[in-house]
Design a protein around this ligand. Structure first.
Ligand code: HEC
Ligand SMILES: [Cu+2]
Length: 339
């Protein structure tokens, strides 16, 4: 008795640690277990079905095994070998047919859901089309029918189907918004486009992740889906299309145009190699991971490699004044969506 308690005492901290670990799986903006849209809901329903079947099988098999262990145990004084049974047609058919039936019960909804989720909304005039391009280590969101491009925060209207085309410019990444649906790989090459759809009935922010090890800063390749009502969405689209003024200060303007617009774009100026900076002042984050404030914008521009090792933004030589002026300008580039 003493001995057994000793073991329990040793195991308790392990169970406590596991409980704490599992308690982390409960945020509605990141959890597959708290689905926030019909795609995630269908995936969750499948998980529940297969886990229920598994639990049922485990319980029945364990109950039978425990019954047999106790019922047919060796009794005191028993020395003879029990009757040896070899083969029993009825039992063998029974334990072959039951798993087949269970697999059928599992297969029908799985196949049906798989086909449902593969539904193609690319021709649906009501659906919003988004081309998602994964880059080391950021996400580009292009709305070809609306003529706008953005990065890091995918803005969508509530209740609409979002038809998503996925590609990558460098290596394999994977697009995953746990509470809305996914995950789906992004392949290299236009001939190799994966498609999927998402839908968020409620307004909210849903965190997304790159789910495929893609390089040094893979763990920082975060993004967000933000669903807003349709009117706010339309307002956001027009604010993203409005023309954007360059920095008012002539020196800052020159540095910004030379050093930054060689990769970035604001409004219709610049190059689309790096994240489009239109509306960056209203984004939740800088580079997908830093809280959006002027200090962090400065920190990013000054030392991007410190924040995301291996990313493709070089450290640009700027004076403190230029750095400050550019950060000030960028935090003032607002879209109509507030944080
Ligand atoms: C050689 C191309 C290049 C140049 C030049 C460049 N950047 Fe970048 N920039 C990038 C890339 C690539 C990223 C995305 C990095 C990542 O998140 O992996 C980026 C990200 C950013 C971001 C974060 C964007 C977001 O969506 O959150 C800001 C802000 C930024 N750059 C500002 C600047 C400023 C200001 C300058 C000029 C001083 C500049 N960049 C010059 C390539 C460049
Ligand atoms: Cu990635």
């Amino acid at each position: 008795m003493m001995n057994r308690w000793h073991y329990v005492k040793r195991l308790l901290p392990i169970f406590a640690a596991l409980a704490i670990l599992l308690a982390g799986c409960g945020e509605p903006d990141t959890s597959t277990l708290l689905p926030q849209g019909p795609v995630a809901q269908q995936q969750y329903d499948l998980m529940k079905l297969s886990i229920s079947i598994m639990i049922g099988v485990v319980l029945i098999v364990f109950a039978l095994a425990i019954y047999v262990l106790i019922r047919f145990r060796r009794r005191p004084g028993q020395t003879d070998i029990p009757v040896q049974v070899e083969g029993n047609h009825k039992l063998e058919i029974l334990w072959t047919v039951i798993p087949i039936l269970l697999l059928v019960v599992l297969a029908i909804p799985t196949v049906r859901t798989t086909f449902n989720l593969a539904h193609d909304y690319s021709k649906d005039p009501e659906a919003i089309k988004v081309k998602v391009t994964a880059h080391q280590f950021w996400w580009e969101f292009d709305y070809p029918e609306l003529g706008i491009k953005t990065a890091q925060d995918l803005i969508i209207p509530t209740g609409k189907k979002i038809h998503i085309e996925l590609v990558s410019t460098d290596v394999l990444h994977s697009f995953w918004v746990p509470s809305l649906g996914g995950k789906m790989d992004t392949n290299v090459g236009e001939g190799n486009i994966n498609t999927m759809y998402l839908e968020a009935p409620n307004e909210g922010v849903y965190r997304g992740k790159c789910a495929e090890l893609c390089g040094a800063s893979h763990a920082y390749m975060d993004f967000k889906v933000r669903s807003v009502d349709e009117q706010s969405f339309d307002g956001w689209v027009s604010s993203m299309k409005a023309s954007v003024a360059l920095p008012a200060d002539a020196d800052i303007k020159e540095v910004f145009t030379k050093q930054c617009l060689s990769c970035h774009a604001v409004g219709d100026q610049g190059v689309q190699f790096a994240p489009n900076l239109t509306g960056i002042g209203s984004r939740e984050t800088i580079a997908g991971i830093l809280e959006n404030n002027k200090e962090n914008i400065k920190h990013w521009i000054d030392k991007p490699q410190e924040v995301k090792p291996g990313n493709l933004m070089p450290e640009v030589d700027l004076t403190e004044e230029e750095l400050d002026g550019i950060a000030e300008y960028l935090s003032g580039l607002k879209s109509s969506i507030k944080q």
